[in-house]
Write a protein that binds this ligand. Structure first.
Ligand SMILES: [Fe+2]
Length: 415
């Protein structure tokens, strides 16, 4: 028989070793992909079955697992099935990250296999083969343990490990009566199948313990469920601050129902400042400027789902008055529309720090046109300083790794 041809009795034995190895690897990869897709499709069905109960604390862990496994299948269905306006975006982010996680597993596995193989190659006696089997099993065990450890950290431990980030910002023209104002920012609480009410109550207790003068909420209070709107917004009734709480809406609030969100915020007495403003003095908030010793607390609509109108937000604000601007999406800092306006500090959320941050490469997935720039923390934008909260909840996928949830404590200092 010609060298390299396939024989039904001899299989690939007559092929050159490299070609036989390649065919075997291809067949194996094909079966793995097929099995993976079948599992993923099944998990998508499980995820859909869990939709009616996904807000129940007991159902949440199962929903999260099914959601993660269903990602590849969802990605395949993306061109034909649309589940809300921006799903292709989300699917792309989540799928890329899940592929990265699988890639990481295989990388660890392959590295370990490489070392164990090269050690065992010289001899083929019984003892060496026994050692090879042991080393192969050990490398699989170590890879699995690594993935299980990283998974437990990312899915169970880190999402609950709330960090407090402190900032001190010098503000020009800040009235003496507001010097040292303690502003606490929380963002992206995302009540829904990934985040429980018990966790959000713990976050609110922590915020209250910080004794804030002012609390700023920078959007995305729900995830994947209009039924979550009620509890996800009404929970902010428990926030306590000396001068008040102010908020803007995020893209998820618009996707579920901006009208219902506005109604609920109205019921709990928290003003929304989307394309609007309030004046803050030592006595509290007013909608009309009646005390020159004030700071303007303004907001703009969400960049993806609403109009961004700084002209409305800053209408009639005296030029010498300092301004804090709330914008859910930090990319607003780069808009030319903002150029004519004075902004002393912008507060944003939305990017969640990418939710997964790897050593050296940073966050692989950041929902921003400016890459890593607005992934989290204090950033100098064209219009001024921007504090980007990494958020307290999860949205893209039920995992946080290297990006713990956070509460921002910002002290405004007279410059
Ligand atoms: Fe968000």
């Amino acid at each position: 028989m010609k060298q390299g041809s396939y024989d039904i009795r001899e299989g690939f034995a007559s092929k050159p070793p490299l070609q036989a190895l390649r065919s075997k690897a291809l067949r194996r990869a094909g079966s793995v992909v097929l099995c993976g897709l079948c599992l993923s499709g099944f998990m998508l069905a499980v995820e859909f079955m869990l939709i009616p109960v996904r807000l129940q604390p007991m159902a949440q862990p199962f929903y999260r697992i099914a959601f993660c496994f269903a990602l590849p299948f969802r990605f395949l269905l993306a061109p034909v099935v649309r589940d809300g306006g921006a799903v292709p975006n989300h699917l792309l982010f989540t799928t890329l990250t899940s592929f990265l996680a699988v890639g990481l597993f295989f990388a660890v596995y392959k590295i370990l296999r490489h070392f164990t193989r090269s050690e065992a190659r010289p001899e083929r006696d019984g003892e060496t083969i026994g050692r090879r089997v042991f080393l192969r099993r050990a490398s699989s065990g170590i890879s699995l343990a690594c993935v299980a450890g990283i998974g437990a950290e990312g899915a169970l431990l880190e999402p609950q490990r709330l960090a407090i980030r402190n900032y001190a910002l010098p503000i020009r023209d800040l009235p003496t009566s507001l010097n040292g104002l303690r502003l606490v920012q929380i963002s992206d609480t995302h009540y829904g199948p990934f985040v429980s009410l018990a966790y959000l109550n713990a976050v609110i207790a922590q915020v209250n313990a910080l004794r804030p003068d002012l609390i700023a909420l920078t959007g995305d209070y729900v995830l994947k469920s209009d039924r979550a709107l009620e509890d996800g917004v009404v929970i902010f009734r428990n926030l306590e601050s000396r001068l008040g709480t102010v908020a803007v809406l995020g893209n998820h609030d618009h996707w579920e129902s901006a009208a219902r969100c506005r109604q609920l915020f109205g019921e709990i007495g928290v003003p929304l400042v989307d394309n609007d403003r309030l004046y803050l003095s030592a006595a509290g908030f007013t909608s009309q400027l009646d005390n020159p010793e004030s700071v303007c607390i303004a907001g703009v609509g969400d960049l993806w789902t609403d109009a961004v109108r700084p002209d409305l937000a800053f209408a009639d604000v005296p030029p010498e008055m300092p301004r804090v601007l709330l914008s859910h999406n930090p990319d607003v800092a780069e808009l030319p529309d903002l150029d004519p306006f004075r902004v002393d500090l912008m507060l944003s959320g939305h990017t969640h720090g990418g939710q997964v941050r790897l050593p050296i490469v940073g966050s692989p997935v950041v929902p921003s046109r400016y890459g890593q720039k607005y992934s989290g923390g204090l950033v100098l934008g064209p219009a001024g300083p921007v504090i980007v909260s990494r958020g307290v909840g999860m949205a893209l996928f039920p995992v946080r790794l290297g990006v713990p949830p956070e509460i921002g404590v910002i002290s405004l200092e007279r410059a």
